[in-house]
Design a protein around this ligand. Sequence first.
Ligand SMILES: Cc1cc2nc3c(=O)[nH]c(=O)nc-3n(C[C@H](O)[C@H](O)[C@H](O)COP(=O)(O)OP(=O)(O)OC[C@H]3O[C@@H](n4cnc5c(N)ncnc54)[C@H](O)[C@@H]3O)c2cc1C
Length: 382
Amino acid sequence: MARFTAEHQLFRQTVREFVEKEINPYADEWEAAGTFPAHELFRKAGSLGLLGVEYDPAYGGGGADHWYTVVLGEELGRADCGGVPMAINVQTDMATPALAKHGSHELKKAYLEPALRGELVASIAVTEPDAGSDVASIKTTARRDGDEYVISGSKIYITNGTQADFLTLLARTSPEAGYRGMSLIIVPTDRPGFRVARKLRKLGNHSSDTAELVFDDVRVPVTNRIGEEGQGFYLQMEQFQKERLIAVYTALGGLQRAMERTAAYLRERKAFGGPLLGMQYIQYTLAELQVEIESLRQLAYAAAEGVVAGENVTRLATMAKFKAGRLVRRVADTCLQFHGGAGYMEEMWTSRYFRDSRLLGIGGGADEVMLRVLVKTEGLEV
Ligand SMILES: Cc1cc2nc3c(=O)[nH]c(=O)nc-3n(C[C@H](O)[C@H](O)[C@H](O)COP(=O)(O)OP(=O)(O)OC[C@H]3O[C@@H](n4cnc5c(N)ncnc54)[C@H](O)[C@@H]3O)c2cc1C
């Protein structure tokens, strides 16, 4: 089956041009600045229809099939930095899927529609200083007071956190009810009591801003809740699936580009009387990595096919996220190694890729959290 039609390929060209024209020329500058102009860039992305390819056209989405999301991820992944693609992915597939699927018409008009145009920047706020992998142990509370929630607590490692206009926040709406005591709430960041406590410095993804956020009795209308009260944990688990899939598609683009650049470098670099690419050890190593990348691609495409068919793809998406998290580390390390001293230099792309790729095995569910899910899907529980 041809997965990508001529229309998909046209879209691929659009995203590739966007990356080459609007991201790559500024990547070094934004990496050095530790941030990028999200509002400016997202408006450009929005005008090209990149921010809501699958969302309902009634709110400005593209109403397209899931293969467009695959294309979007693959092409963003070819950018010269990991931070900006990650920030875009947060906007399109991490902070907005639950809002698009379960939000009220009014909430979607107020937040989704401008987010898809790139006018409002979104963050997903789940992780807390004392709760990351164990999402069910979050402590931030949203206490009901009449028609409002009063939010108290803090969130950490929040992507787009210093620039966000609104957060999709997971908070505890009834402390005693465990998994069923959480709700997803849209929190505009211009409310009194909200503040960015600090912008965090990181190992990689420097162009993406990451923040710790504090909520000190922040009031939002109860109508800002997505779906039913108490459904937040389940809605977030569903939303995580989108997050993991786009992360995998983006990783695939990055992997492929890294392999292309490494082969091109080794074809030119001479040692021991010929190009380094002529060394059988290097050829075999790169060929083996291509097998791994193709295996990941097939796993990811099988998951995408499942999404298109409306199936539950938890198993395949989890496997793909796990494999991608491990593989990017191996490929980034190998590419750097085969570039020698040049590969260790800041001016060579390999250094940034090495740093940026370390995140995938941690964010959006660590490798071990993926394995925890797979223990269940593979029937390995005792
Ligand atoms: C750059 C960056 C951007 C991020 N962006 C966002 C964002 O936008 N929004 C957001 O909400 N969060 C974000 N995060 C947070 C991210 O999702 C969490 O860091 C991640 O889920 C892990 O949680 P934790 O850091 O609390 O690690 P912990 O939960 O403390 O886990 C630490 C380590 O323990 C191991 N581990 C965990 N559970 C198990 C287990 N069951 N069995 C065995 N080993 C285990 C894993 O190796 C894990 O890495 C971001 C993180 C980073 C670094």
